[in-house]
Each structure stands twice: as structure tokens, then as C-alpha cells.
Design a binder for this molecule. Structure first.
Ligand SMILES: CC(C)(COP(=O)(O)OP(=O)(O)OC[C@H]1O[C@@H](n2cnc3c(N)ncnc32)[C@H](O)[C@@H]1OP(=O)(O)O)[C@@H](O)C(=O)NCCC(=O)NCCS
Length: 194
């Protein structure tokens, strides 16, 4: 991927050295916000393992760096495990608490969209808490639409929470069949109708 440099922020693929900084950013959002529903902060090994799994599947895992400091990260995972969903991804994005609203998300999200598109994925889905205005607005600014609302599916800070599904097509989306890849399973005949 191209490495965009705008002002003093560089977006690039993450490395293992970035893991502690990502763990610290994530811990803040676990404790303080509705951007994640993990009950406890993660450990370095959790993110290292997840990152390695994503690399194996050619799923993008990016960081934003400002003056040598990791100020945000974003990555995609398979939307669902069953093979028929393999052209769709689900993503996450987290910005350092001291660098919110300073343009980091505005650089990271399009970079992730571009990287997922380049890998041939066709749909991108974000699960956004219905009260998470910053995330909703960021996603809408980059072409995501609200595809559904799941009511009362989360419970955090002592109350039920609603989750918005935000979706956008990548590349040709559903307009053309996916390019074949070595992992493709042979398509089966659809079941005969009686
Ligand atoms: C959501 C998040 C990634 C946005 O990143 P950010 O770097 O702060 O956003 P930016 O400064 O790049 O702003 C980009 C756009 O997002 C929206 N936005 C960001 N912060 C906002 C806020 N506090 N209120 C309303 N809109 C906001 C705006 O549309 C903004 O564009 P604008 O500045 O031209 O108005 C960041 O708030 C975050 O990490 N939140 C906690 C974790 C989280 O919720 N992750 C998403 C899980 S789905």
C-alpha cells in the first residue's frame, strides 16, 4: 500500500514493536468508552497472536504514527468464520486518548478501506455503539451507511446498549463475482427446487 503522509501523521502496517502502544490505547477504551466491549484490557501476547493470525490471512493491520508515537491503530478480521463470508471483513479502529479529534481517524479509516479493497475484500462492516457519535460520524464520512440496529445486545457501565451495523461496499462490491483465489472452494450446485 502507499504510505500516506499528511501533516505529521504517517499511516503504515503495524509491526510487533508497536504492540505495547496498541495495548495501552485499547486499555483506555476498554475502561472508559463504548468503543469496545472486552471486559478487561488485553495483554501484549493477545494482540501479538491476533496480529499474526491476521497477517496469515492477508488482513490489514495498520498504525498511525505521529512524531514516533503510535497514536492509533485499525485492523480488519473476517466478518464471520464460515467460508461463504470470506469476502467480507469486520473492522476496528482506536485512537490514542490524547490525540482524539485531531485527524488520526480521518487518516486511518480510509487507509484501512484502501488496504482491504486492495486485498480483494468486497464488503466492510463496523459494529458501532448507537451512542458512539464520533465513530458513527467518522464512518459516515467515509461512505458507511447504517445497515441495521441491534437493540439491547450489549451491557456495559450498568446498562443495556444498542449496536449499529455500519457497512460499505469495497471495489465492485456485490456487482461482480469475486476474483477466484487459491483458497476458493468449488461452488456447489444450488439445491434442486421441488
Ligand atoms: C471514533 C474515533 C476512532 C475517531 O477518531 P478521531 O481521530 O478522534 O477522529 P478525527 O479527528 O479523525 O475526526 C474524523 C471525523 O470523525 C468524526 N468525529 C470525531 N470525533 C468526534 C466527536 N467527538 N464528535 C463528533 N464527531 C466526531 C467527525 O466527523 C470528524 O470529522 P470532522 O473533524 O471533519 O468533523 C475515536 O473517537 C476513537 O478512537 N474512539 C474510541 C474507540 C472507538 O469508539 N472506536 C470505534 C469503535 S466502532
Amino acid at each position: 500500500m502507499d504510505t500516506p503522509v499528511i501533516s505529521d501523521i504517517v499511516v503504515r502496517p503495524s509491526t510487533e514493536i508497536d504492540v505495547p502502544a496498541m495495548v495501552a490505547i485499547y486499555a483506555h477504551h476498554v475502561r472508559n468508552g463504548l468503543g469496545t466491549f472486552d471486559p478487561e484490557p488485553l495483554h501484549d501476547d493477545d494482540i501479538k497472536r491476533r496480529r499474526k493470525n491476521m497477517m496469515k490471512r492477508r488482513l490489514p493491520h495498520l498504525v498511525a504514527e505521529r512524531s514516533g508515537l503510535i497514536v492509533g491503530y485499525a485492523y480488519a478480521v473476517p466478518f464471520r468464520k464460515r467460508p461463504a463470508y470470506r469476502h467480507a471483513v469486520k473492522h476496528s479502529i482506536y485512537v490514542h486518548p490524547d490525540h482524539l479529534r485531531s485527524g488520526v481517524g480521518r487518516l486511518l479509516l480510509p487507509a484501512l478501506i484502501e488496504a482491504c479493497t486492495a486485498e480483494g475484500f468486497r464488503q466492510m462492516i463496523g459494529y458501532v455503539d448507537a451512542e458512539n457519535q464520533p465513530s458513527q460520524q467518522l464512518h459516515e464520512a467515509f461512505g458507511f451507511h447504517q445497515a441495521g440496529l441491534l437493540q439491547g445486545v450489549g451491557y456495559k457501565f450498568g446498562r443495556w446498549t444498542d449496536t449499529l451495523l455500519m457497512q460499505r461496499a469495497l471495489g465492485e462490491g456485490g456487482a461482480t463475482p469475486p476474483a477466484t483465489d487459491p483458497q476458493d472452494l468449488p461452488d456447489r450446485e444450488p439445491p434442486a427446487r421441488s
